[in-house]
Design a protein around this ligand. Structure first.
Ligand code: ZN
Length: 511
């Protein structure tokens, strides 16, 4: 056996364990009876320990060291080079973290999340502050152990968006903000509003379930190689090369929640189903980054699912599925309702335009915490100030303000940026696909999503980790990542909906 064969076999065995752990995790979040939680935690902890030991096994370091000098590495885009490079990057990161720090982070994350749940319920930031302070301290230690190019935050960002630099992300997000804030203001001043009441009529649960499955299948999600189940906090997970699980939650009085949730998770699922199954568990068969993963979900949720062409196809089906709610509603009114832009306090309820402003606020605040420019004690007032300044709203309390997201309590610093990166990548990919496929709107109107799906599989999914996220964007679109395609999309769609003058909205973004 050659060294590369040894390495791949070892890695595939680790993937078997990881998929088993993922299955236990999926079951925990969908069907596990309440009393079984403790034993399940023991099962998952045991597996996580086994996986971690395998991932930091010195044999891996030896194989990777040997292969780094191998002639098969000459072409950096070859499967072998991709596998060795990416596994080495991952291995080097893992062995840099002291075992004691890893354990302390895990423990603080569990306690932090429990404290966060209680603090949020009681609207009591002070009771959560000590754990958050500890978490921030540990994340700084983690960054210092990992090392970084320009600033500490780089090291944390790298865990979710490998290779991305804070300075680059800041440049793109700031350019986005400079055009987004005036657009949101122009929308507010337009005097127009979508009729959101249409979306809180009665949409029977069984009909929502059937409709969601039908549309997920229409965009190409394979139910032969996946399932859709119900959960409290929707997610997508893969349990093997032919087993992708997506989840949603239903509310009879809120149509968009489950429907766009299904499109979003099906977008993640399509990425997993589009990876090379024969490379399962290897970097050649894995997603590039969280930002690229999110680009696939946002593309189907927003650029397809909230487009006029999509609803030309889908609205008659929706009307047939929900006659009680929609029989007297015109397509254009429904379309406006699902695209209504209104500044709000809660990120997960935000519309397509203001969503990125919620992310920008978190991106800046968590950087300031990690770089020791902001103390945890001052975080709530900094949060309030940013919401007032950016969205023109003042949170009435911490539960609807700084305590609304689980991320910081779980130690997920550097994660938020990937949501906006996903929106940016999605728009840039979509523009290119639209150009290369000769106008997607006409295809959507016919309910034909195959050309787009196949394009995504070929250009993005099947590439695995051959390219970094930045390289992939350049490779696929011929341009580096930019705010322009997303702004062009938002200004075009909302300029028309809100009747904005070209100066405010419909103008194509410059720069
Ligand atoms: Zn997502």
């Amino acid at each position: 056996m050659s060294t590369i064969d040894d390495l791949c076999r070892y890695r595939r065995e680790t993937a078997l364990l990881a998929a088993t752990e993922a299955l236990l995790g999926w079951d925990e979040r969908t069907y596990l009876p309440p009393a079984a939680g403790e034993y399940r935690a023991e099962q998952m902890t045991l597996l996580a320990g086994m996986i971690h030991r395998r991932e930091t096994d010195p044999r891996l370091g030896d194989w990777l060291g040997e292969l780094a000098a191998d002639s098969s590495m000459a072409d950096p885009r070859s499967d072998t080079a991709t596998i060795v490079r990416e596994l080495k990057r991952e291995y080097d990161k893992k062995v840099k973290l002291p075992q004691a720090l890893v354990e302390e982070l895990t423990r603080t994350s569990v306690l932090g999340q429990q404290a966060w749940v209680a603090a949020r319920a009681r609207n009591d930031f002070a009771s959560f502050a000590p754990l958050l302070e500890k978490m921030v301290r540990l994340k700084r230690e983690e960054a210092d152990a990992l090392g970084y190019a320009e600033c500490r935050y780089d090291a944390l960002l790298d865990s979710y968006e490998p290779g991305a630099l804070t300075s680059q992300v800041t440049r793109v997000l700031s350019a986005l903000r400079d055009q987004l804030v005036p657009l949101v203001a122009a929308i507010r001043d337009s005097g127009r509003q979508g009729d959101r009441e249409l979306l809180s009529r009665r949409y029977p649960l069984a009909a929502q379930q059937e409709f969601g499955r039908r549309i997920a299948a229409a965009i190409g999600f394979s139910f032969e190689r996946g399932r859709l189940d119900v959960t409290a906090h929707p997610f997508c997970t893969e349990l093997g090369p032919h087993d992708v699980r997506i989840t949603t939650r239903y509310d009879e009085r809120h149509f968009p929640g489950a429907f766009f949730g299904v499109l979003h998770e099906a977008g993640h699922g399509l990425y997993e189903q589009g990876l090379r199954a024969d490379q399962y568990g290897l970097p050649t068969g894995m997603h590039v980054s969280l930002g690229i993963h999110e680009s696939q979900s946002r593309l189907w949720e927003n650029l397809v699912g909230r487009s006029r062409a999509f609803w030309r196809y889908c609205y008659p089906l929706a009307r047939a599925a929900f006659p009680e709610a929609l029989s007297d509603v015109a397509e254009k009114d429904f379309f406006f309702a699902i695209n209504d832009v209104r500044p709000s306090l809660i990120r997960v309820e935000a519309d397509e335009a203001t969503y990125n402003l919620h992310i920008l606020i978190r991106f800046e605040l968590e950087q300031a915490l990690v770089e020791e420019e902001l103390s945890v004690a001052d975080l709530p007032s900094a949060w309030t100030e940013k919401y007032r300044h950016t969205l023109g709203l003042t949170p009435p309390n911490d539960a609807d303000g700084v305590l609304q997201d689980i991320h910081w309590s779980a130690g997920l610093f550097g994660y938020f940026a990937t949501y906006s990166l996903g929106n940016l990548y999605a728009s840039q990919f979509f523009e290119t696909a639209d150009r290369e496929l000769g106008g997607l709107a006409a295809q959507f109107e016919r309910g034909d999503f195959n050309p787009l799906r196949n394009w995504l599989i070929e250009r993005i999914h099947s590439q695995g980790r051959r390219f970094s996220a930045a390289e992939l964007v350049q490779q696929v679109t011929g341009q580096p990542l930019s705010h322009v395609p997303l702004m062009r999309h938002l200004q075009g769609k909302f300029g028309e909906l809100y009747g904005l003058s070209p100066a405010n909205g419909a103008r194509a973004a410059g720069g």
